[in-house]
Design a protein around this ligand. Structure first.
Ligand code: ADP
Ligand code: MG
Length: 760
C-alpha cells in the first residue's frame, strides 16, 4: 500500500485547515505500524484516507497498483467490505444487532455461510460470554474488543485501527495490542496512538506526524512491495438480514414507528371520510331510494297541506317551465273514505291509508295494468295498493266503487310496486320520503282522460265536480224550496259557543282537521230525513254531497244542531280552504331519470315537502360536512406535518448507523432497503386495516356519532369512494414517503462515510 502526495484540506467557514500536507508513504504487506503524533496532527485524517471512508483533496492511495480514488464508487464498497478491517476509537458498532451479529455481519457481507470464525475470534479476544448481549449492555472495553473482533473476523488484508486503546484501561489495552501484534504476523496492521510507550513496545515501525507531515519514520520504505492486484469483493446483504435490520429499526424507535404507522393509517382514513362526505350526494341517495322502491317519478308539487297536494297555478306554471322534464298528472283529491279508521282499532294499519286521495288520468305507460285500461266513463282502474287497502279494511275487494253517487266499474288493477315498501324501514328518512311521494300514486283511481275531463259531458268526472258555481244546492226543510246556497258560518271562537248544538251529537266531524257542525236542515235536505240520528248511529256515518257539490266532500256526521237553514258551521276558514281552493289541481311529477332531478332536489326554491325535507337533510349534512371537513383537514395537515417531522427526525438519528454501514462497505441501495421495507410493511398493513375500517368501521362510527342518517353508509358509493380514496392515499403516501427517504439518503450519500458518521 502506498500513499502519494496525499493532502486533505478542510475548508471551514472561517479558516482552512491543512490536515494532511502532501504526504507520501509506503507500507509493507505485513507488520505492525504505529502512527503517533499530538492531537490534531492529522493521524485520523490519514487513517480515513487509508480506509477509504473519506476522500483526499489531493493525492492518492494505491493498493496493489490500484488507485482507490480513481475507482468507480462501487470499488470503494468492495475495498471497504473485503480488503480492510476498520477499528474506530468510538467503536462504531451497529446497536440494532447484538454482539454476535455485529461480528458476524462482515462475514455475511462477504457472502459466507460458515460463521464458526465468529466464535474463534470471540474466543481469542475473550468475549465469548457477551456474545449474545446487546451492544448497549456491555462496557466500553468490551465494545472495543467487539469492534476489533468485527475487523478481524473477515480476514482482511489490512487492519486499520484509530486509537483502539484510547478508551481502554492498560490491561485491556495490552490485550488488544497483543492481539494486533499477533495479527500483524500475517497482515499489515496500522495503529494510531498517542501512547509512545505502547508504540515502542509493540511496533515494527513508528511513523511520527506533525501538522499533516511526516516528522520521523523509524523504518522508511523506499517503495511499495505489494504488487499483487487485489480483489475487492462487493458486499452481499441477504433479504433476511434486511428484514432483521427493519425489525430492529422498528423496535428501536417503537414510539416513532407506531406514530408513523398510525399516521399512515389515519391519513387515508381521514382522506376517505373527507372524500366520502365530499362526494356524498343527497339527491342521488333520494333518487336511489325512489328507484329501489319502484317509484320512477317523484312529486314536484309546490305545496302540500296535510295529506293533500295543492297547486298554485302560477307556481305550478313557473315550476313546469323551470323543469321542462316534469309532466302533469291531473289528480283530484277525493278524500273518499272507505271506512272510518280509528287508530286504536285493532286492524288499523297505517301502511294502508284508507282513503282514495287521488284520481289520476290514465297515461299510457305510466302504469302497468292488470286487466283493462279504462275506456268508458264508467270504468276505472285502481292501484294494487288500493286493492290491498280495500281488502285490508273491507275484508274483500269490491268490483265497483261509488264515487259522488256514481258507480264505477273496476276494470283493472295498476301495478305500483308498492310491495317493496311493506318491509321497508320507515324510520329511514329517505325511505319514508320515497313512500310519501309514492302514496300519491298508490292512492290513485285512474280513469280515462275523456271520461274524466270533458266538462260538457254529463258523465264526466270533472263536470260532476265543477259544473256549478255554487257550492251546494239544498232544499229548505220547512218550505221545500231549493236553496241556492248553503250558508256556511265560520266562527273563530271555541266550539262551546255553538249553543244550538244537539245533545245527541256523537263526536265532532272534522274537515281538514277542523271541527264542523251540520244543521238538521242540511242533513234532511241531503236525504237523511228525520232519521239522521238513527242513520248516523247505525250504519251511515258518512254523509256524501252528491253531484251538486262543486267539489266532492265527504264528511263524517258528528255534530248536528237544530236549524231550518242548510248550513255548515266551521271553525276559521277551513271550509273555504277545503272547498274553494281546490280548483283544477293536479300533480306535477318528474322522473328520477330526468336531468333536472338533481337540480330540483337541491333547489331550495321548490317548496315541496319531500324536497324541503331532502333539502333539510342536505343542509344538515352540508353543515356537518363542513365542520367535519374543517376538523379532519386540520387533523390531516397536523398528521402529515407530524409524520414528516418525526420521520426526518428519526432518520437523522439514523445517520450515524447509515454511516457505519457505509463504512462497512454497504451500498446506498442496500442501506435504504430496510427503510423501504418498513414503509412497505406499514402501507400494506395500513391498507388492509383501512379497507376493513371503510367496510366495517365507518358504518359503525357514523351511526355512533350520528353524523349521518341511516342512508349514508348503506350507500355502496360511499364505500367504494372510501376504498378508492384509501388506495389512492396509500399510494400517494407511499410515493411521498419513499421519495423523501430516497432523497434524504441521496443527500447523505453524497458525503463520505466519515462525514456521515461525524455528521459534518
Ligand atoms: P488527530 O487524529 O491527529 O487528532 P485529525 O486528523 O483528527 O487529528 O485532525 C487534523 C486536523 O484537521 C485538526 O486540526 C482538526 O481540527 C482538523 N480536522 C479534522 N477533521 C476536520 C473536519 N471534518 N473539518 C475541519 N477540520 C477538521
Ligand atoms: Mg484522531
Amino acid at each position: 500500500m502506498r500513499i502519494n502526495n496525499l493532502s486533505k484540506i478542510y475548508r471551514g467557514k472561517y479558516d482552512t485547515v491543512k490536515a494532511l500536507n502532501d504526504m507520501t508513504l509506503n507500507f509493507d504487506e505485513k507488520g505492525l505500524v504505529f502512527i503517533v503524533g499530538v492531537s490534531g496532527s492529522g493521524k485520523s485524517t490519514l487513517m480515513n484516507m487509508l480506509s477509504g471512508i473519506d476522500k483526499p483533496s489531493n493525492g492518492d492511495v494505491i493498493v496493489g497498483g490500484k488507485s482507490l480514488y480513481d475507482q468507480e464508487n462501487g470499488e470503494m464498497f468492495g475495498y471497504r467490505n473485503s480488503y480492510v478491517g476498520l477499528i474506530f476509537q468510538d467503536y462504531n458498532l451497529i446497536d440494532d444487532l447484538d454482539v454476535y451479529d455485529n461480528i458476524k455481519l462482515p462475514l455475511e457481507l462477504l457472502g459466507k455461510t460458515d460463521f464458526s470464525k465468529v466464535d474463534e475470534v470471540a474466543k481469542a479476544i475473550d468475549i465469548e460470554d457477551i456474545l449474545h448481549h446487546k451492544v448497549n449492555e456491555i462496557s466500553s472495553g468490551q465494545m472495543q474488543r467487539v469492534a476489533i473482533a468485527r475487523a478481524l473476523v473477515k480476514d482482511a488484508n489490512i487492519i486499520l485501527a484509530d486509537e483502539p486503546t484510547g478508551n481502554l484501561d492498560s490491561t485491556n489495552g495490552d490485550i488488544v495490542l497483543n492481539l494486533l501484534k499477533e495479527v500483524s504476523n500475517e497482515k499489515l496492521v496500522v495503529v494510531i496512538t498517542h501512547d509512545d510507550y505502547a508504540a515502542h513496545k509493540f511496533g515494527d515501525r513508528i511513523i511520527e506526524i506533525e501538522d499533516g507531515k511526516i516528522l520521523s519514520d523509524s523504518k522508511p520504505l523506499a517503495q511499495d512491495l505489494d504488487n499483487t492486484l487485489p480483489e475487492f469483493r462487493q458486499p452481499i446483504v441477504t433479504f433476511k438480514n434486511q428484514v432483521r435490520f427493519t425489525k430492529s429499526f422498528i423496535k428501536r424507535y417503537l414510539a416513532r414507528s407506531l406514530t408513523i404507522f398510525i399516521t399512515l393509517l389515519l391519513i387515508p382514513i381521514i382522506g376517505a371520510i373527507l372524500a366520502g362526505y365530499g362526494f356524498f350526494d343527497v339527491a342521488k341517495t333520494y333518487q336511489s331510494h325512489q328507484k329501489k322502491y319502484g317509484g320512477e317519478y317523484v312529486v314536484l308539487a309546490t305545496e302540500k297541506r296535510g295529506l293533500n297536494v295543492y297547486f298554485d297555478a302560477d307556481l305550478y306554471t313557473d315550476t313546469f317551465n323551470a323543469y321542462p322534464g316534469s309532466k302533469l298528472i291531473q289528480v283530484f283529491n277525493t278524500s273518499i273514505v272507505f271506512k272510518e279508521v280509528n287508530e286504536t282499532d285493532e286492524d288499523y294499519d297505517s301502511f294502508y291509508t284508507n282513503e282514495i286521495k287521488h284520481v289520476s288520468i290514465y297515461q299510457n305507460g305510466f302504469f302497468k295494468i292488470d286487466g283493462m285500461e279504462p275506456t268508458s266513463t264508467d270504468e276505472i282502474v285502481i292501484t294494487d295498493y288500493l286493492e290491498a287497502s280495500l281488502e285490508h279494511y273491507l275484508g274483500y275487494t269490491p268490483d265497483r266503487l261509488n264515487i259522488y253517487g256514481h258507480n264505477y266499474e273496476i276494470v283493472g288493477i295498476a301495478d305500483t310496486n308498492y310491495e317493496k315498501f311493506i318491509n321497508a324501514d320507515m324510520s329511514d328518512d329517505f325511505t319514508r320520503m320515497a313512500f310519501e311521494d309514492n302514496m300519491y300514486i298508490y292512492n290513485s283511481i285512474i280513469m280515462d282522460e275523456a271520461s274524466y275531463g270533458d266538462p260538457t259531458d254529463s258523465k264526466s268526472f270533472v263536470r260532476r265536480c265543477t259544473q256549478y258555481k255554487e257550492i251546494f244546492f239544498c232544499k229548505n226543510v220547512n218550505t221545500g224550496e231549493t236553496m241556492k246556497d248553503i250558508e256556511i258560518t265560520v266562527y273563530t271562537q271555541s266550539a262551546k259557543s255553538v249553543s244550538v248544538m244537539s245533545t245527541s251529537v256523537r263526536g265532532y266531524p272534522t274537515i281538514g282537521g277542523k271541527t264542523a257542525y251540520f244543521s238538521t236542515a242540511l242533513i234532511q235536505t241531503l236525504g237523511f230525513g228525520n232519521n239522521y240520528r238513527g242513520a248516523v248511529s247505525k250504519n251511515a256515518p258518512t254523509m256524501t254531497f252528491y253531484d251538486r257539490s262543486r267539489c266532492a266532500a265527504n264528511f263524517q256526521i258528528g255534530g248536528v244542531f237544530e236549524s231550518d237553514k242548510c248550513e255548515i258551521i266551521l271553525a276559521d276558514s277551513t271550509f273555504r280552504t277545503y272547498a274553494v281552493d281546490k280548483v283544477g289541481y293536479g300533480r306535477l311529477v318528474i322522473s328520477t331519470n330526468d336531468k333536472n332531478y338533481n337540480k330540483i332536489v337541491n333547489n331550495e326554491n321548490v317548496i315541496n315537502n319531500s324536497f324541503v325535507y331532502a333539502n333539510s337533510i342536505n343542509d344538515r349534512i352540508k353543515s356537518t360536512r363542513i365542520a367535519i371537513f374543517e376538523v379532519l383537514f386540520a387533523v390531516l395537515v397536523i398528521l402529515i406535518a407530524f409524520g414528516g417531522f418525526i420521520n426526518s427526525y428519526t432518520l437523522s438519528n439514523e445517520k450515524r448507523k447509515i454511516g457505519i454501514k457505509y463504512s462497512l462497505g454497504l451500498s446506498r441501495k442496500k442501506i435504504v432497503t430496510p427503510y423501504i421495507l418498513e414503509y412497505s410493511l406499514y402501507i400494506l398493513i395500513g391498507f388492509v386495516i383501512s379497507f376493513g375500517i371503510a367496510k366495517f368501521g365507518f358504518p359503525f362510527i357514523l351511526r355512533l356519532l350520528n353524523m349521518a342518517d341511516d342512508f349514508a353508509y348503506k350507500e355502496a358509493t360511499f364505500f367504494y369512494i372510501s376504498v378508492a380514496v384509501i388506495v389512492g392515499w396509500n399510494l400517494t403516501i407511499a410515493i411521498i414517503m419513499i421519495a423523501s427517504l430516497l432523497l434524504m439518503i441521496a443527500t447523505i450519500m453524497r458525503k463520505s462515510p466519515v462525514e456521515i458518521i461525524k455528521d459534518i
